[in-house]
Write a protein that binds this ligand. Structure first.
Ligand code: PLP
Length: 432
């Protein structure tokens, strides 16, 4: 029942003209006619005409508590009025309080927090810590993963659409334990042998570390085959390396069954990186590790200007309290299972749905023109997205072939929202 205030800003066409002229040419848009989003309220977004959209993309798996959640906004305003910025040279309670709260969500030994401004920066720092701690350079990541777009993380990212091949030094890309198209099907331990072979044949036998998402997000919501991570973690530890869990997308209760995605795999990483959901849309990231590993940085002066900014950490702390108070992990589990069942039902009706996968409110629907050959339905997905938008539903898109719907809504998504999304998808797919 929320009515956004009237919008008196420039039109979508005028904004588009300015973006084309003044902003990066590498920008891309999902829709034929660009969408001008001017308001947000919980799981809804509103365009310049006040038209409401159910946001099933969640700002790319970022807005966990819901758009403009009142308690997060209140914390931001309160902190902004008092102090917007100081530096790490001085103490500030907002940073220390949030670090303590974050540590309480981690496995016992992981309790030292470094704040950053994004997921990329968190992963850059994690890779650096692994290299400093081990004295080794080789890092192993998984093909089809996404870890960021700066020099080091772009090396770890293994996606043709996101790579500029500028710097790839010291990163080996292991076989993706892909249960849909992968050569070993669902046998995680078989895929893990590739990591051991990389260690044996591609390195000195010692490595700095291994980085992986618990569920690949940008890569098209790909769940790692069961048994993969425990076997890989064993190989990496035997090779003296550190295991890095990239929880940028799968953290902060998104997967429903656990607060962190890695927990579903029964492993304990040495370093955990996070961003997106941590600040409910405010730029913030973090690296959490053990006190012992963190020592590698105390001997050097590592900090950055904005990382741990009091406004961002106050927002993060408020978002964490909302996740707990509103039981959003429980909701992600319940609504996520309900939605996944509904989508699986839709798969029985529509031949074009090749696969439905994911966990909690991190779900993927892969479209293929031929179920046997798994031929990616690249053009069709764009038609369906436009139809969905016209019906007031926004979803994301990704995967190696760009043919996977990414459904990562705010975690306050309801069963009614799921029905609306699935109903709209049914109509859109029927029109193909
Ligand atoms: N890691 C994962 C798993 C991501 O999905 C992303 C972004 O999509 C990143 C790292 C990079 O985060 P950021 O865009 O905040 O730099």
């Amino acid at each position: 029942d929320y009515t956004p205030p009237p919008y008196d800003g420039p039109s979508a066409a005028e904004i588009m003209r300015k973006r084309t002229e003044y902003l990066s040419p590498s920008m891309f848009y999902f829709y034929k006619k660009p969408l001008n989003i001017v308001d947000g309220k919980m799981q809804y977004l509103f365009d310049e005409d006040g038209r409401r959209y159910l946001d099933a993309f969640g700002g790319i798996a970022t807005v966990g508590c819901g758009h403009c959640h009142p308690e997060v906004i209140e914390a931001i305003i309160k902190q902004t009025k008092r102090l917007q910025h100081s530096t790490v040279v001085y103490l500030n309670h907002a940073i220390a309080d949030f670090a303590e709260a974050l540590a309480s969500k981690m496995p016992a030994d992981l309790k030292v927090v470094f704040f950053t401004n994004s997921g990329t920066e968190a992963n850059e720092l994690a890779l650096m810590i692994a290299r400093l701690y081990t004295g080794c350079h080789d890092i192993i990541s998984i093909r089809n993963s996404y870890h960021g777009n700066a020099a080091g993380t772009m090396g770890a990212t293994a996606q043709c659409n996101w790579k500029f091949n500028v710097i790839q030094s010291g990163v080996h890309h292991a076989l993706n334990p892909d249960q849909y198209r992968g050569v070993f099907g669902c046998d995680g331990e078989k895929y893990a042998t590739d990591v051991q072979e990389i260690i044996d044949f591609g390195t000195s036998g010692k490595v700095a570390g291994f980085i992986s998402e618990a569920i690949q997000g940008v890569g098209g919501i790909m769940e790692l085959a069961p048994g993969y991570l425990p076997a890989v973690y064993r190989s990496i530890k035997n090779a003296g390396g550190l295991c890095i869990a990239d929880e940028v997308q799968s953290g902060f209760a998104r997967t429903g069954s656990h607060f962190w995605g890695f927990e579903a795999h029964g492993v304990v990483p040495d370093i955990v990186t996070m961003a997106k959901g941590i600040g409910n849309g405010i730029p913030l990231g973090a690296v959490v590790t053990t006190s012992e590993i963190a020592q590698v940085l105390t001997r050097r002066s590592y900090f950055n200007t904005f990382g741990g900014n009091p406004v961002c950490t106050a927002a993060g702390h408020a978002a964490l309290k909302v996740l707990e108070k509103d039981k959003l992990q429980e909701n992600a589990l319940n609504v996520g299972s309900y939605l996944k069942d509904q989508l699986t039902g839709l798969q029985e009706k529509h031949e074009i749905i090749g696969d439905v996968r994911g966990r909690g409110l991190m779900l993927g629907v892969e479209l293929v023109t031929d179920r046997q050959k798994k031929t990616p339905a690249k053009a069709e997905i764009l038609h369906v997205m436009d139809e969905l938008k016209d019906m007031g539903v926004l979803v994301g898109k990704g995967g190696h072939f760009g043919n996977v719907f990414r459904i990562t809504p705010p975690l306050c998504f309801t069963k009614e929202d799921s029905d609306f999304l699935v109903g709209a998808m049914d109509i859109a797919l029927s029109k193909l």
